[in-house]
Design a protein around this ligand. Structure first.
Ligand SMILES: *[C@@H]1O[C@H](CO)[C@@H](O)[C@H](O)[C@H]1NC(C)=O
Length: 205
């Protein structure tokens, strides 16, 4: 590798090439900053996540190699998207069953819409993370952060709507939505880490 020929002005480019590359060679080349193995990367990345235990549980078992911050961000968004889709189906099912008080059904109808929006936002995010391009990275990360934040807001709004509703349905819905909100929050954290891995200061706490 012609590293000796690289000048200072080429370093940012080299770094980007490494960041966007998924070949095993580049993973080795980066291993002294990142982690020795995928599971070490998951562990060190989950340490400061909003929900570290959930982070470890959902990402350690994730199929496929998580070699880079980009892989981890993608895996975290996939987890969040798959849970949100599952809850979205559940909500559609219970909301079509015409059970419960008027108030309960109104809260459910709102949630169906909010979680469907969440699913949309998470799937746009996943698609953005799958098509990262050198010249568009900054813009794409900003989109991803905006969409995942919007997904979290929708999940919170659904939870708030169920505040004043009684019954077993309430606890079921709240538990499922809370789980989705937690993995979504971890996904936002992984996206922020990916963004920072390129040297930009953190803009979302
Ligand atoms: C986790 O947070 C602590 C305290 O802010 C910091 O010192 C440490 O470097 C962070 N670790 C990672 C892997 O981000």
């Amino acid at each position: 590798m012609p590293l000796a020929a690289t000048t200072h002005s080429l370093f940012p480019l080299l770094f980007l090439v490494l960041l966007f590359s998924t070949s095993p060679y580049s993973a080795d080349a980066r291993s002294h900053h990142a982690a020795k193995s995928p599971s070490d990367l998951v562990r060190s990345s989950c340490v400061n996540a909003t929900y570290p235990t959930i982070c470890l549980r959902t990402l350690s078992s994730y199929p496929g190699p998580a070699m880079t911050p980009r892989d981890l961000a993608q895996a975290a968004v996939k987890v969040s998207l798959s849970r949100a889709s599952r809850v979205s189906k559940y909500l559609s099912l219970v909301s079509s069953s015409e059970q419960g008080s008027k108030r309960q059904r109104a809260a459910l109808t709102d949630c169906v819409e909010q979680i469907a929006d969440s699913v949309d936002e998470l799937s746009k995010t996943l698609s953005e993370l799958k098509h990262l391009r050198l010249g568009k990275f900054r813009w794409q990360m900003s989109n991803a952060e905006t969409w995942v934040s919007a997904a979290m807001t929708n999940e919170d709004t659904c939870l708030d709507g169920f505040q004043d509703v009684d019954g077993k349905l309430k606890s079921d819905v709240r538990r499922k939505i809370t789980n989705v909100a937690r993995v979504t929050s971890n996904a936002l954290y992984m996206i922020n880490r990916l963004d920072e891995s390129r040297g930009r200061p953190r803009s979302i706490p």
